[in-house]
Design a protein around this ligand. Structure first.
Ligand code: C5P
Length: 295
C-alpha cells in the first residue's frame, strides 16, 4: 500500500508565446505547488492487468465529475504499464478535492503522482528522464508535478527550472464554480487581435520571486482576453481580492480559479471570512515548501 499527495498549483505568471507547428503554444510561466490538493492510495491487488479506481469526490458544487476511465490516473497507469511491463493488479483510491477545469492542475498532478507511485511500488525504477518522457506524453502540466515546488516553466511545459519557494506567504484560492476549457481558452487567445502585455525577461521573472509580492511584475495572458470576451467575473474577483488586502492577485492557468497572495496570514484569514458572502468557493493555503519530490 502506498499513499501519495497530489498538490494543486497556481501560475504566478503565464505568458503565452507563439503557436507551434504541433498546435501547442510555447509558454513562459512561474508555477507554484500548494500545500493542498488530492491524495491517492495505491494497493497491488486484484487480477493481473486490472486497475480499479475509486474516486471519492470532495469538490465544491459546480465542479465537474468524470468517469474513472477518463481520469488522468487511469491514463498514467496505462502508459506506465505499456512502458514498463508492470502488470500486477491495482486498486487505487483517489480523494479528489481539486476541481476540474479550474487552472489548478488537478488532473496533471494526479497523473504525475501516479507515475511516481507506480515507479516505487513496482520496483521497475524508471529513470527521472524516462518518467519525464511519460509525463510529457500525458499532458503539458504533468512534468512540473514530478518535482513540484516553485519552477520557471517553458517550452510547451516540459522545460522545468526549479526555483526557491518563497516563504511566509498565504494563498487564497477563489474558485468561481464554473469550468474553463484549456483548449478553447488557447483558441480564444489565438483569435484575439489585441496586443499582449509587455514581455519580461526570464532573469527578471526569476529574480522577482525573491522580492515582495506587491512588486511582482507577473501577469497572465489569458486574463485580458477573457475580460474582452465579457467575462467580468474575473475582474470582479481580482478587484475584491486586492481590496481585501492581497499583495498580488491573478488568474491561475487558463482559469477559472483566481488567487490572492498575502504576506500576512491574518489578513488572508480575514479576507476569506469577508469573501464568503460574495459567492465562489474559497481555500486558504500556502506554498508547498519542497522543491523536489525525488524519484
Ligand atoms: O497538454 P494538455 O492536454 O494539458 O493541453 C490541453 C490543450 O491546451 C491542448 O490540446 C492545446 O490545445 C492547449 N495547449 C497549448 N499549448 C500548451 C498547453 C496546452 O496550446 N503549451
Amino acid at each position: 500500500m502506498l499513499n501519495i499527495k497530489a498538490p494543486a498549483k497556481i501560475n504566478l505568471h503565464l505568458e503565452v508565446k507563439g503557436r507551434r507547428p504541433d498546435g501547442f503554444h510555447d509558454l513562459e510561466s512561474i508555477f507554484l505547488a500548494l500545500d493542498w490538493g488530492d491524495s491517492l492510495c495505491f494497493d497491488c491487488s486484484g487480477a493481473e492487468a486490472q486497475c480499479a479506481i475509486k474516486i471519492a469526490w470532495d469538490i465544491p458544487i459546480g465542479g465537474a465529475v468524470i468517469q474513472p476511465e477518463e481520469n488522468m490516473v487511469f491514463k498514467a497507469v496505462s502508459l506506465f504499464r505499456a512502458r514498463s511491463g508492470f502488470m500486477r493488479g491495482l486498486r487505487i483510491r483517489l480523494d479528489k478535492r481539486i476541481p476540474l477545469g479550474a487552472g489548478l492542475g488537478g488532473g496533471s498532478s494526479d497523473a504525475a503522482a501516479t507515475l511516481l507511485a507506480l515507479n516505487r511500488l513496482s520496483g521497475v525504477g524508471l529513470s527521472p528522464a524516462a518518467l519525464r518522457e511519460l509525463a510529457e506524453e500525458l499532458g503539458s502540466d504533468v512534468p512540473f508535478f514530478l518535482s513540484g515546488g516553485a519552477a520557471f516553466v517553458s517550452g510547451r511545459g516540459e522545460l522545468i527550472e526549479p526555483l526557491i519557494v518563497p516563504e511566509g506567504l498565504s494563498v487564497v484560492l477563489v474558485y468561481p464554480g464554473f469550468v474553463s476549457n484549456t483548449r478553447l481558452a488557447f483558441a480564444l487567445l489565438d483569435a484575439d487581435g489585441n496586443e499582449r502585455c509587455v514581455s519580461r525577461s526570464r532573469e527578471e521573472l526569476i529574480q522577482a520571486l525573491g522580492g515582495k509580492p506587491a512588486d511582482w511584475p507577473y501577469h497572465n495572458d489569458f486574463l485580458p482576453v477573457f475580460l474582452a470576451a465579457g467575462m467580468e467575473v474575473y475582474g470582479d474577483l481580482l478587484g475584491e481580492l486586492r481590496r481585501l488586502g492581497a499583495d498580488f492577485a491573478a488568474l491561475s492557468g487558463s482559469g477559472s480559479t483566481c488567487f490572492g497572495i498575502f504576506s500576512d496570514e491574518i489578513t488572508a484569514s480575514r479576507a476569506v471570512e469577508k469573501f464568503r458572502g460574495c459567492g465562489g468557493f474559497l481555500y486558504l493555503t500556502f506554498p508547498l515548501a519542497y522543491s523536489t519530490r525525488g524519484h
